[in-house]
Design a protein around this ligand. Structure first.
Ligand code: NAP
Length: 289
């Protein structure tokens, strides 16, 4: 039982935040969770509702916390909210706030495929956020995740929805690969990154032990339900994404899939003491359905 830690979490109602808050609360860690909207709290948790993370409302409350885990992020843009505004500028604001509040450590979830060579605006916004954190002088750990899966992540929800309709669509060949990682492992490694010194000032890919093509993943996911799998023309998939803001695959969802980015699982497993679950095995036992 870790009693003395006080941890701030931003984007508290998001998928990873919910799983992380539950995990940390079970360890009796004092949590200060910030969200734009009301939400149900766990044991040892205080909630802060803030529409824009304004300093006046937050500074006193988060002062001297042991860590801040920044889980605000968007993967789709609109005329009201774009990547630069949320992924970069809001991160910069959180970094400045963390410095003022003398927070000892910041943990950030960037994205697998982020690099100085990228030309995608989503990755550029995450790269610029990483730079703000690295240059802040704060103790940091930046994770670059592939698909983080559980029972209710967007990716799994999408596949379940399609399965219910009796047909899962695969954009293009489906031969591009993903390295899914189980959310229960993700929350454990995030916690380790706060408590273990070896994570200090590191950028680490957050990928699971299996590298699998999207087609293989979908086949395994839908095996028991005998769902039809339909490959759709990539041009059609992009056209749908460009012309319909609510299409299942957004433009950057497609870019990330087709990008076929590979992460360094060996580095992650060496630095953490975690025995990472194989998501493929979880699928075989239907644990994600
Ligand atoms: N899930 C994955 O597989 C994956 C993979 C790579 C990277 N990541 C990164 O990990 C982080 C968390 O991901 P997630 O899957 O938990 O995403 P999520 O469920 O979409 O949660 C993100 C949270 O960000 C906050 N947010 C969104 N738009 C905002 C805005 N305009 N202003 C202020 N806050 C806003 C919301 O928190 P409130 O509603 O509580 O305000 C939202 O719940 C993100 O940065 C994401 O890019 C996730």
């Amino acid at each position: 039982m870790v009693k003395s830690l006080k941890i701030v979490i931003t984007g508290a109602s998001g998928f990873i935040a919910k799983n992380l808050r539950k995990h940390l609360s079970e360890k009796n860690i004092e949590l200060l969770s910030i969200s734009r909207n009301d939400f149900k709290i766990f044991k040892c948790e205080s909630k802060i509702i803030s529409a824009n993370y304004d300093e006046k409302n937050l500074l006193k409350k988060i002062n001297n916390s042991d860590a801040l885990i920044h889980l605000v992020g968007i993967g789709k843009q609109s005329v009201n909210t774009d990547y630069d505004m949320i992924n970069t500028k809001l991160t910069n604001h959180i970094v400045q706030l963390s410095k003022k509040a003398k927070i000892k450590k910041i943990v950030y979830l960037s994205g697998l495929g982020v690099s100085s060579n990228t030309s995608l605006s989503y990755f550029i916004s995450k790269y610029n956020a990483e730079k703000q954190i690295i240059n802040s002088g704060l103790n940091y750990t930046i994770f670059r995740p592939s698909y983080i899966v559980g029972k209710d992540d967007l990716f799994t929800k999408y596949l379940k929805k399609q399965m219910k309709k009796g047909e899962i669509k695969i954009p293009g060949s489906g031969k591009y690969s993903i390295q899914p990682i189980y959310v229960n492992d993700v929350v454990r490694v995030i916690f380790e990154s706060i408590t273990e010194l070896k994570f200090k000032n590191k950028i680490i890919d957050l990928v699971g032990p299996d590298s699998v093509t999207f087609e293989e993943y979908v086949k395994l996911f839908s095996k028991r339900n005998k769902t039809r799998i339909k490959k759709i023309n990539l041009e059609r998939a992009y056209h749908e994404a460009i012309t319909h803001s609510k299409s299942d695959f957004g433009i950057d969802d497609l870019n990330i899939l087709i990008g076929d980015f590979k992460g360094n699982y060996k580095k992650l497993s060496e630095i953490s003491k975690i025995q990472f679950q194989s998501v493929l095995k979880l699928l075989q036992t239907c644990s994600l359905l």
